[in-house]
Design a binder for this molecule. Structure first.
Ligand code: CA
Length: 178
């Protein structure tokens, strides 16, 4: 089972994440600062990292930079403060694979984690769907009923974002960075 490293200094959030992910069958390790995060990564080799941006010693961006400079390609989902679009943009530009802004629903985080881990393993992913629309994440095509629709990269990422956020109103900034 996949191992998820939680880097979060707010004890309540860290424990909420650890409990939820453990219940889903993941192994978790939690640390509350950037220095420990970098140290422990060498030991546990996580399959995915949930990285808070506001940490007591260094920020999440620095941790991410150190990881990418060291050649670690582990998927990273950054956790940003509410509506901090600039953090989201900087995070994605510094090599994060995805971002969640607090407060977030555990269901959405779970969907994003599953998506990243499946992309990493190369397994076929066809579980993003809504009504008749199904997104084939591996072939980057949409399937409506029996019809396969080829999508441009831009169209694909928009559809993926919509399907990951059913029923939610999404800001223009989020859509531009998706
Ligand atoms: Ca924090």
């Amino acid at each position: 089972m996949s191992h998820i490293l939680i880097v979060e200094d707010e004890a309540e959030i860290a424990s909420f994440l650890a409990k939820g992910l453990t219940a889903d069958g993941y192994t978790t390790t939690a640390v509350n600062n950037g220095t420990s995060a970098l140290a422990i990564m060498q030991q546990v080799h996580p399959d995915l990292v949930l990285l808070d941006i506001g940490l007591p010693d260094t920020d999440g961006f620095t941790v991410l930079q150190h990881m990418r400079n060291a050649g670690l390609t582990t998927p990273v989902i950054i956790l940003t403060a509410r509506s901090s679009v600039s953090d989201t943009v900087s995070g994605l530009q510094s090599g994060a694979d995805d971002s969640m802004s607090k407060p977030f629903s555990f269901e959405e985080l779970r969907a994003r984690i599953q998506l990243r881990l499946k992309k990493e393993s190369g397994a076929p992913i066809t579980d993003l769907s809504h009504g008749d629309l199904r997104l084939d994440v591996r072939n980057r095509t949409a399937i409506v009923g029996d019809d396969v629709i080829e999508l441009t990269a831009r169209e694909y990422s928009l559809v993926e974002t919509f399907l990951l956020n059913p029923g939610r109103v999404l800001s223009r900034c989020l859509l531009y960075t998706s």
